[in-house]
Design a protein around this ligand. Structure first.
Ligand code: LLP
Length: 409
């Protein structure tokens, strides 16, 4: 986003003009940022075979998926619904990974029938699939018991986590694989999101390589994700170029020892799409209480829940008044809950009607939205090659009621 003569724009398109056309609340995505991030990742790893699979739970609009497919990446999915969306977006099944957690074997069998790469994170499931689908190559998700991730809710590789098969259970996995004649073609690990310490990836690599040596049929090793992007100007973020250099060396050495070139996989969500998203809301009220000046906007935890759910920081600025004097606000939503977006936040003076913009609104924002308080979800607009496109309509009352079954009571 660019600021020139008091007006903000993306790819040359004026944001306030877009808001006049589409209204608020409004999600806007800049495709050039997704492409930039994908190019950075592709350039960072110097290995023979690299597979970037976009974790589409972060932002699942089919048009975004189509672009990512056109740009050559694969897809990381966690539900059969994400697989269906990915197939509809044009991904071929062999470019789709499926890493479910706590789903039934019926859904896993659906994924097998759709021809995608299944990643198993539960021993009993491995045994079941081994008996019923002995010819299906499988990936195994390891829980390395490493504490990583920006907060407790998004740390998933530690000993108390529900994800993955414990590294201490590898002897049982090996026994099942040998006895049932399974083909394990991949080893996977994902320890969390917003990983602050890049050393986690190199530690993970050593753990994965040790395990990988036990499986002779591997085609890939998947390092999951957790690549951290900046949310604040001075934020810690993963230096992917440095990570790429270190990990590529280690990986190439491993492949030499293993005797074959495997593919190195990553499955980024935030890294690809967090920074592409801008969420624009309108200020409904400025409400002063004895302790606080609240700016109340036409959105809430129903549209962007990360601050309330994880205490996440999103930079918020006044689109309507880039030169206004700075003042301190609590920025809150219109939901009948305490849905605080930001506390003690310095923003250029806000007046009712002013447009506020949230940064980092690409990942886990729209995709985690809901209709709580019977509010409509926002529309989504994509900016691509200098043009804007409506990629999701704003909901209507019919959308809210369409699956309700009205009884003649
Ligand atoms: N692979 C697996 C198996 C995952 O579970 C996830 C995210 C990813 C890849 C992508 O991770 P990323 O690159 O986005 O860090 N809603 C939370 C984040 C939850 C992440 C869930 N799994 C948030 O808004 O911070």
């Amino acid at each position: 986003m660019e600021l020139k003569e008091g007006r903000y724009s993306i790819q040359g398109l004026d944001i306030i003009d877009l808001v006049s056309q589409y209204g608020t609340p409004l999600y806007i995505y800049d495709s050039a940022i997704i492409k930039r991030q994908l190019d950075r990742l592709n350039a960072a790893f110097k290995v023979k075979k690299l597979g970037i699979h976009y974790a589409c739970k972060a932002l699942n609009n089919i048009n975004i998926l189509r672009l990512i497919n056109q740009w050559g990446a694969g897809l990381d999915t966690v539900s059969v619904q994400e697989i269906w969306t990915g197939l509809k977006a044009g991904f071929s099944p062999d470019k789709i990974l499926y890493t479910p957690n706590c789903v039934g074997t019926d859904e896993i069998e659906m994924a097998i029938n759709l021809g995608v790469q299944v990643n198993i994170d539960h021993i009993e499931t491995l045994e079941y699939i081994g008996h019923h689908h002995p010819d299906t190559p499988l990936c195994i998700r390891i829980n390395p018991h490493v504490m990583a991730g920006g907060n407790e809710k998004i740390s998933v590789g530690h000993i108390d986590s529900k994800f993955g098969i414990s590294i201490y259970q590898m002897p049982l996995v090996e026994r099942l694989v040998k006895t049932l004649g399974l083909r394990i073609n991949g080893i996977h690990m994902h320890t969390g999101s917003d990983i602050l310490d890049p050393g986690v990836f190199t530690l993970a690599a050593d753990i994965l390589f040790d395990i990988a040596r036990k499986f002779p049929d591997l085609e890939f090793i998947d390092f999951g994700s957790g690549l951290k992007v900046p949310y604040k100007d001075d934020d810690v973020c993963t230096d992917v170029e440095e990570l790429g250099a270190i990990l590529s060396d280690k990986f190439n050495q491993f492949c030499k020892d293993y005797g074959r070139d495997l593919s190195l996989y990553f499955e980024p969500g935030k890294f690809l799409v967090s920074e592409c998203g801008f969420f624009v809301v309108k200020t409904n009220v400025i409400k002063q209480t004895p302790s606080t000046v609240f700016a109340g906007v036409d959105s809430g935890m129903n549209h962007l829940i990360r601050p309330m759910f994880y205490g996440s920081y999103h930079h918020i600025f006044n689109l309507s008044s880039p030169a206004g004097k700075p003042r301190v606000y609590n920025i809150v939503g219109y939901i009948c809950e305490t849905d605080t977006f930001a506390t003690n936040r310095v923003v250029n003076e806000i007046h009712p009607g002013d447009l506020l913009c949230f940064k980092n609104a690409g990942a886990y924002c729209f995709s985690m939205s809901s209709n709580y308080n019977s509010r409509f979800r926002p529309c989504e607009v994509l900016i691509h090659e200098g043009k804007h496109y409506l990629i999701r309509q704003r909901e209507t009352i019919d959308d809210l009621l369409k699956n309700q079954v009205e009884l003649a009571l």
